[in-house]
Design a protein around this ligand. Sequence first.
Ligand code: ADP
Ligand code: ZN
Ligand code: MG
Length: 478
Amino acid sequence: MEYETIVGLEVHAELNTKTKIYCSCRNAFGLEVNTQICPICTGMPGTLPTLNEKVVEYAVKMGHATNCSINNVCKQDRKNYFYPDLPKAYQISQADIPLCEHGYVDVMLDGGVEKRIGITRIHIEEDAGKMLHNDAFQGSLVDFNRCGVPLIEIVSEPDMRSSAEAKAYLETLRSILQYIDISDCKMQEGSIRCDVNVSVRPKGSTEFGKRVEMKNVNSFSGAMRAIDYESNRQIEALERGEEIFQETRRWDDLKGENFLLRSKEDAQDYRYFPEPDLTTIYIPLEKVEELKKTIPELPNAKVKRYVKELGIPQTDAELIAENLQRCGLFDECVSIGGVSPKTVSNWILADVSKYMNETGKDISESNLTAEKLVKIIKLIEDGKISNNSGKIIFDEIMKNNADIDAVISEKGLSQISDDSAIEKIVNEVLAANEKSVNDYRGGKTNALGFLVGQCMKASKGQANPAKCKELVLKFLNG
Ligand code: ADP
Ligand code: ZN
Ligand code: MG
């Protein structure tokens, strides 16, 4: 029998606010354990939380960016459970009224096919601390620095049908988070983690099978492996005539297998109730609208514009739009204008990206500006310098912050494109090479290359090769 895989994802993204969600402790990664904590985020009895307004703003921005409706009046709820990294024994989250709901994102699949994935809801909540397991002290310690780090949880509809679709969805979410600058998106620091829900059903069936959830998968490739593994496991079980139960399994990325953790808990197991220590969240509608205006052009829209309006090939457009620095530079160059967008894109994907990869630096930390890049490209397009000289100038800017005109004159890079100057050279060279001229006219067309080469040599390499060739041909055929 043929089966279809169904995937729904719950993505947790840490927000990059300066302070935590309910206290004024710093929200920072990698500091000494248990130094960024206070009585509030460690849940001491008698303390009171105060909601960080920025967290609400950031979450509303994400709601706008994913086409959600915003519940400008909503509340927070306690989700009760016990775990050593959760000192309060409850997590403040949102249960029945999330801040944002009923949205979607369009993701680009291979071959340029677009697919819409529904967003069920986005709510705000606090992160828990972190258990540190170490053989050296034969036990576990707990770091509370992460307690109270603000999170948004983005819950998707079960709309994905393969691990590839899930990856495309995760990449889309990540680039949106980066574009609107509300999360660092550092996977290695756990800023984005996801719970992966998988079920399978016979192809053609319209009913969903029982879902299995794998919690806290912390890389996109891990999520893909977890989906493929789980979908195969379920298919094999069904083929053996077994039943699939709704359960939570732990994905072990190193082993590439998952293990039963527990049968699935239900919402009632958490005994959610409205958080009595916090007031209702109320966001004036003007504020909701104001936040909407801060949303920049998002990755998908950019890719479409690049392809449709600027004639950039789909894959190149995706590569440019995928990185904020690259598309920032690209957009700026295009708005300065006077050069072909395709050439700008080629430069950014080749030379500029190579520089970024080799040095690990962002464009903003380098000597390159859009003005300089456009100037180089324009000099090449106008035939004032060769393509090769352009690369030399580019390197000089990156290494020494050199002035473009200074490099051209110091290194003698300027190219002769002026018709009359080149004509003069061509006339001289052709007069001195009568044999080759006759060879060409007698049908030996490779004499052309030799003659153009001689002209380039006579100009000390400074003649524009295309112009040279054009004028040699004009002479030969004239
Ligand atoms: P819980 O917190 O109990 O996991 P949520 O409603 O927050 O429940 O999340 C449910 C997730 O599971 C959603 O992402 C949803 O798309 C996904 N899901 C629901 N049903 C299925 C299914 N049959 N197969 C795969 N994923 C599913
Ligand atoms: Zn604190
Ligand atoms: Mg879940």
